[in-house]
Write a protein that binds this ligand. Structure first.
Ligand code: ADP
Ligand code: MG
Length: 640
């Protein structure tokens, strides 16, 4: 790639995206890979990591960029975005049939595909490796690269496979991207990816336009309403549970706030609808669980309120960081109440499963999916964790943690949702269809639109999109579904409704007999310790009263040189105190003159007692006042 000039990169940025400048570390990172260095880029979420591999790839006339990324939904989102720009991109993931994968891979070998998105589980399959050797990649990008490290908070054994790609294409530079890596994880990433003359480029995690704050309150609703009423514009309230989302949205609506709720249990179409309403500003506040976030790219979010604490600062920063992408003033507020800590402790221990429980979950999953011992290797199954838990009377949180530990040991992986589009096929001929349209005028508009959009009467199953048809016909999505069912009942089409389900994928050994299931005690203990440590740091942030919030976060992410932000609650309180300070000093001197006690001062001066104590210490150290053993103040007269 070393023949690409800066001018060409700017040209692509403008032509494809319409942007005129690169952000902070984007250009140096791109230059580093263009010069052939394996590069690790640490950039916060939303900072623009995708462009770092997309721009240099497109600056070349041809050549394929292979992108490894763990989440199917993100993969699809990226592919859609590129295709809308008429750039050919494909995704390969566990939710696809072998035939679909075959076609997609062929396009990468023979076609002019520029971006191949692949999930790590796919890399080790024979079909992928055989084709990969015939592709001519110019760059390998590894998104969410912290997943390769045991020390990271999201270790995925399948990520270790990426090193194999490297061996198959040793001359191709690797770009590793992550929003979260301590020094230890950064080292680990570079080592495991086999970096040669590698470079790290870190960009700052500071978000100077966001005012971070923590509110310790008894009544969170009251505080939440106060924020929403005082800050103009759109916002998000994050809550922990699905029920909570619904209830709090209700409370807000009762108070006249335009609000909706969002969680993973809603129908996909409903989710899209709500997200659109919020993005377009028809709905002002979204009350959501952490399912809300993937792919939202709204620049003018003015506030993000956390109604419940997160289990790590990584998650908190990611969610809070959705505020103020447009770099205008925005607020990130964490609400905590006195009993939060005890509640979190209880939850932590109930969510953290015992080894026996983990084994029990492994067995129950296999029974639920009807996978026999020895079967299942590399196969993916639809898996609804909520239904699974209901049937087995288990708690979702505990089960998800157990599955996570099984994933770290390479036994099972639960993917995020994979969308299977609806499919239809005509079972009658063109002539018969024509007759029907004449007879049933009420169906004509729909059938005509369908034929126009998916040219011809097809005799094989084809994927169709209800929402696209709804837009084209002017009908609601429900109406479109109803019409499909009507056509099906009339025996005009066959119809397989789409669905959106997570997938459970077995590791290479398939289902093991229970006695062979080995959970390494180290991985188990490591995970538990790390989770506890992340919780501890999250609470340290919430309870902190001394250190600037932004600086705390930046230090957490490994930036030692951070400066005070000047706009968080702690910085603001300090400024206010400094302003008040001369007055307080003066008042304390007056109390000392009258030989009052410290208690009197605290009672009459409306300031934090800690601040008063600090000022008294200072006056004492300066030799201006005295304090006796009963706490009585006195003036020290220098002339004596
Ligand atoms: P990340 O992967 O770091 O979370 P993305 O790559 O998804 O971030 O980018 C977030 C948003 O920022 C996208 O909408 C992207 O188009 C936008 N963006 C990236 N780089 C620039 C730039 N140089 N100028 C303006 N917008 C940009
Ligand atoms: Mg990204």
């Amino acid at each position: 790639m070393n023949t690409i000039s800066e001018r060409q990169l700017y040209e692509v940025l403008l032509r494809v995206w319409g942007y005129t400048s690169f952000r902070r570390t984007q250009l140096p990172t791109i230059m580093s890979i263009c010069e052939g260095h394996d590069t690790l880029a640490l950039m916060p979420t939303g900072a623009g990591k995708s462009l770092i591999y997309q721009v240099p790839t497109l600056a070349r006339e041809d050549g394929l960029c292979v992108v490894v990324t763990p989440l199917i939904s993100l993969m699809k989102d990226q592919v859609d975005k590129l295709r809308r720009k008429h750039i050919s991109a494909v995704a390969i993931h566990s939710g696809m049939t072998p035939r679909q994968i075959d076609i997609a891979l062929d396009n990468c070998v023979y076609g002019d595909t520029r971006f191949l998105y692949v999930s790590p589980e796919r890399i080790s399959t024979e079909i992928f490796r055989a084709r990969f050797e015939r592709m001519k990649p110019i760059l390998i990008a590894v998104d969410e690269a912290h997943c390769i490290s045991q020390w990271g908070y999201d270790f995925r054994p399948s990520y270790l496979r990426i090193a194999e790609l490297r061996k198959l294409a040793p001359q191709v530079p690797i770009l590793a991207l992550t929003a979260s890596a301590t020094d230890q994880v950064a080292e680990d990433i570079m080592q495991r990816l086999g970096f040669k003359n590698g470079r790290i480029i870190r960009s700052s995690f500071s978000r100077p336009n966001i005012s971070f704050s923590v509110r310790k309150v008894e009544n969170k609703n009251e505080q939440m309403l106060r924020i929403i009423n005082n800050v103009a514009g759109t916002g998000i309230v994050y809550v922990r549970t699905r029920e909570g989302a619904q209830q709090i949205a209700e409370i807000l609506r009762e108070q006249g706030v335009s609000a909706a709720y969002y969680h993973g249990g809603l129908e996909p179409a409903e989710r899209t609808l709500r997200q659109d309403d919020w993005t377009s500003g028809r709905c002002r506040v979204m009350v959501a669980t952490n399912a809300f976030g993937m792919g939202i790219d709204k620049p003018d979010v003015r506030f993000v309120v956390h109604y419940s604490i997160c289990d790590s600062l990584e998650h908190y920063y990611q969610e809070a960081g959705r505020a103020g992408r447009d770099e205008k003033k925005a607020y990130a507020v964490l609400l905590v109440s006195p009993d939060d800590k005890a509640r979190a402790k209880r939850m932590f221990s109930s969510e953290f499963p015992s080894l026996e429980f983990i084994k029990k979950v492994y067995e129950a999953v296999a029974n639920y999916l009807q996978v026999a011992v020895g079967d299942g290797a590399g196969i993916s199954y639809d898996f609804n964790v909520y239904e699974f838990c209901k049937r087995n009377r288990m708690f979702v949180g505990t089960v998800l943690n157990a599955i996570d530990i099984l994933r770290m040991n390479g036994y099972l992986t639960l993917t995020d949702e994979s969308e299977h589009p609806s499919r239809i096929m005509f079972t009658i001929s063109r002539d018969e269809l024509y007759k029907l349209r004449v007879e049933r005028g009420d169906l004509d508009h729909f059938i005509r639109t369908l034929l126009r959009m998916y040219d011809g009467v097809f005799s094989e199953f084809r994927a169709v999109s209800e929402s696209a048809l709804a837009t084209a016909t002017g009908y609601s999505i429900d109406r479109v579904r109803e019409l499909f069912r009507t056509l099906w009942q009339l025996r005009v089409i066959r119809y397989i409704p789409g669905r959106c389900t997570p997938l459970m994928i077995y590791g290479e050994s398939g289902r093991l007999p229970q006695e062979n299931l080995y959970i390494s005690p180290e991985s188990y203990k490591l995970r538990k310790d790390m989770a506890a440590e992340r919780y501890r740091r999250m609470f340290e942030y919430a309870e902190g009263e001394e250190m600037c919030r932004s600086r705390f976060i930046q230090n957490y992410f490994g930036e030692d040189e951070a400066e005070d932000c000047g706009v968080c609650d702690i910085c603001l309180a300090r400024k206010k105190q400094q302003k008040q300070r001369p007055d307080i000093e003066q008042r304390i001197m007056e109390f000392a003159q009258q030989e009052s006690s410290i208690r009197d001062v605290v009672r009459s001066v409306e300031t934090d007692p800690d601040v008063i104590a600090r000022i008294i210490d200072k006056l004492q150290a300066e030799g201006k006042i005295s304090v006796d053993s009963t706490g009585r103040l006195g003036i020290i007269d220098r002339n004596e």
